[in-house]
Ligand binder design. Structure first.
Ligand SMILES: [Zn+2]
Length: 67
């Protein structure tokens, strides 16, 4: 186990549907396809912890998606 792959997830909704949109002096900017979050901060978790994080994030913020 020398290089465990970390998974980037949205800090708002826990989605893995997040992608890198820009990078520069301030660092990379990521955007979440699910909730629209955009920012430099994303969570990096181990694949084995992914479900736990998503569960925590979902129970924390509830399901208040705006449409
Ligand atoms: Zn999100």
């Amino acid at each position: 186990m020398k290089n465990p792959k970390m998974v980037r997830i949205c800090p708002t909704c826990g989605s893995t549907n997040i992608y890198w949109v820009a990078g520069g002096l301030i660092g990379a900017i990521y955007k979440c396809n699910d909730c629209g979050y955009e920012g430099t901060f994303v969570l990096e978790v181990k694949p084995s912890d992914l479900q736990r994080f998503q569960k925590e994030l979902n129970s924390e913020s509830g399901d208040n998606k705006q449409d």
